[in-house]
Design a protein around this ligand. Structure first.
Ligand code: NAP
Length: 298
């Protein structure tokens, strides 16, 4: 079995590393905030202080950190993966970052001494998908590397699709984020409208979730919205990071994405009010504020 490493044990990385352990892979982990890595020692993983040591002890290293500069830092920075690279190392970035940066990182890895291989393999399915190993995984890179990583992907997710060359996985993930964000707006508006109509919110939610108005957001976020539980899942700050990536790419290609632009702007209001670390379903609060109606199940 390939030896697997994880760099980044946050909301997503931690359950993914646990699922790799459960599937029987020998696992080595590190996390910038060392305390978060400690429990993995008891769970059977080897805990090391740096990404370099993770790379030295692994055949496949997964990075699951925040944004493009963070992937660059843990891969090519001091004590990064590149400094611990060895023949046959495959670095799989499962964070959501810039597609252009993913392509550039693949070239830098190929020019490293020794060279190593890379895949971009961002995920969708949220914290619950990570915990239950039901993630959708969108992969960019060479087919042989995708094949090699497949047993690991199958331990982490259910829908695994090789989209194309380096960067294609990230491009697909950004397309996914457009749909996620606009679905969230649809759910928020539907619940505020239903509240204004005076109909039962939970009955409304459950029947919509069984019909053509359903979505992942309606099934997973609407119950949390109605309960007033805005803990993350997926933080507003990260949603905004992804929509910024979408809009930067859209700007470069002269695309008009009015829905994405609108939702990005609405999320800015949440960030301005200190809600950046709320879950992205807190979009409901903005729509509630605009209409002066609270759509919560009491
Ligand atoms: P998170 O809980 O904030 O975790 C981020 C992790 O990255 C933490 O372990 C953090 O270390 C580490 N990190 C960040 N910057 C770093 C740096 N410069 N050097 C070293 N470590 C660094 O975020 P998350 O929700 O797991 O998201 C991780 C990635 O998955 C993001 O790209 C996100 O967009 C994507 N994603 C998230 C979800 C979701 O539902 N949450 C779903 C799909 C995709 P510390 O512990 O030291 O802070």
């Amino acid at each position: 079995m390939e030896r697997v490493g994880f760099v980044g044990l946050g909301i997503m990385g931690a359950p993914m590393a646990r699922n790799a352990l459960k599937a029987g892979f020998p696992v080595t982990v590190t996390n910038r905030t060392a305390d978060r890595a400690k429990p993995f020692g008891d769970a059977g993983a080897t805990v090391v202080p740096t990404p370099r040591e993770v790379a030295e002890r692994s055949d496949i290293v997964v990075t699951m950190v925040t944004n493009t500069p963070d992937v660059e830092a843990v891969t090519f920075g001091k004590d990064g993966i590149a400094s611990g690279a060895h023949a046959g190392l495959l670095a799989v970035d499962m964070s959501t970052i810039s597609p252009a940066a993913s392509r550039e990182f693949a070239q830098r890895a190929a020019a490293n001494h020794p060279p190593f291989r890379t895949l971009d393999a961002p995920v969708s399915g949220g914290e619950v998908g990570a915990i239950e190993a039901r993630l959708a995984i969108m992969v960019g890179g060479d087919a042989a590397d995708v094949q090699r990583a497949m047993p690991l992907f199958e331990a982490l997710g259910k829908t695994i699709v090789h989209i194309g060359d380096h960067g294609a996985g990230q491009a697909c993930k950004l397309a996914n984020q457009i749909a996620v964000a606009i679905n969230n707006l649809g759910v928020s508006e539907a619940l505020v409208f239903a509240k204004a109509q005076g109909i039962d919110l939970e009955r409304t939610r459950s029947v919509i979730a069984g019909g053509a108005g359903s979505s992942w957001a309606m099934q997973n976020y609407a119950p949390k919205m109605l309960a007033g539980d805005f803990r993350p899942g997926f933080m507003v700050d990260l949603q905004q990071k992804d929509l910024r990536l979408v809009l930067d790419n859209a700007y470069a290609d002269h695309l008009s994405l009015p829905g994405t632009s609108l939702v990005h702007s609405l999320y800015s209001a949440l960030q301005k009010d200190g809600g950046g670390r709320d879950g992205n379903h807190a979009l409901l609060k903005v729509i509630e504020r605009l209409s002066g109606i609270e759509a919560r199940q009491r």
